[in-house]
Design a protein around this ligand. Structure first.
Ligand code: CU
Length: 316
């Protein structure tokens, strides 16, 4: 699949399919006083998890010992492209907000609004910047020069619905998730059936809550690049390959390494929006979803502690 169309599907996944609510888009909450690692593994947000991490990995130089500069936390900011790249992450935030989809709401918690950071300005003076001052980018005296959201090719990049006669029921037994002994090591493909909270939801029910797949308590060596992909209800015929442009591809979990944290294990989790995926794979009526985790790199000692599907209320 050409990289250019693949890219549009990735952005659609980041901004629409996997970013259906505040935490799914921005990521889990980090609170002062809680250690990130012990804090119940806050999830990665879709604004960061897909295209953002892929670009870090793609630009990082594989001939350097730690994929410098963009491919490692300590060195990413040495590359001038880092600032362009993160401006685009900021732009993705704006686009997500302006899509006008119910549930696309910024956090309103005062702890978040009043969180602050210090930076040096152009005069080498220390300045404190609050989250609440960054919500409205016009206050920051810049904008992105685009006024028609309709022009973005990714907006039309919802994967095409799979035709029923191209689907086959998988052969061979697949364990249900309650039979799996967690934590499970992802040194090989893991395929499990996960019970869904509801089947055949009406449009009114879908407007009230998103169906979300949670991969929780992921523990990984933060000194290396890790990535696994997640497929749901993949029923393509044997020999056919499911690509990131197909509806069965839920997304991936990927982390850029910290060079100074080799053999230090970090906790995280991931969320994947299922509502559109189930529609597009003709599987809304199935009691179980078949979830496949495919390790791609660095997963030999990565473990997963929990897999479940829940309804996440959509806050108006
Ligand atoms: Cu980044």
């Amino acid at each position: 699949m050409p990289i250019i169309s693949n890219k549009n599907y990735t952005v659609y996944r980041d901004l629409v399919r996997n970013g259906g609510d505040t935490i799914s888009f921005f990521g889990g909450e980090y609170r002062a006083g809680n250690s990130p690692v012990d804090n119940g593994d806050p999830s990665v947000g879709s604004v960061e998890a897909g295209s953002h991490t892929a670009v870090h990995r793609w630009i990082g130089d594989p001939t350097q010992p730690n994929n410098e500069d963009m491919g490692n936390f300590y060195s990413a900011g040495y590359d001038p492209v880092f600032y362009v790249h993160h401006s685009n992450v900021d732009r993705m935030w704006k686009l997500w907000k302006e899509l006008g989809i119910k549930g696309h709401k910024e956090p309103t918690d005062p702890d978040w609004l009043n969180a602050s950071y210090v930076f040096y300005d152009e005069n080498e003076e220390l300045v404190r910047v609050y989250n609440k001052d960054c919500v409205n980018i016009r206050k920051l005296n810049y904008d992105f020069i685009e006024n028609s959201k309709e022009v973005f090719p990714w907006r039309k990049s919802r994967p095409a619905r799979r035709s029923k006669n191209s689907q086959v029921e998988p052969t061979g037994p697949v364990e249900t998730v309650d039979k799996i002994k967690f934590p499970v090591r992802l040194n090989k493909i893991l395929k499990v059936k996960v019970k869904r909270p509801a089947v055949n939801r009406s449009e009114a029910e879908k407007a009230k809550a998103n169906e979300v797949l949670f991969i929780k308590k992921i523990r990984y060596d933060s000194g290396k690049f890790v990535k696994f992909d997640v497929f749901v209800n993949d029923k393509v015929k044997p020999g056919e390959i499911t690509t990131p442009c197909d509806p069965e591809y839920a997304g991936g979990f990927a982390q850029i390494p910290h060079n100074d944290m080799r053999n230090m294990f970090m906790g995280s989790s991931a969320r994947f929006g299922l509502s559109e995926l189930l529609e597009d794979t003709n599987t809304e009526g199935e009691e179980y979803a078949t979830v496949t985790l495919v390790p791609r790199t660095g997963c030999d000692d990565l473990t997963v502690g929990e897999i479940k599907i829940q309804l996440v209320p959509i806050v108006a």
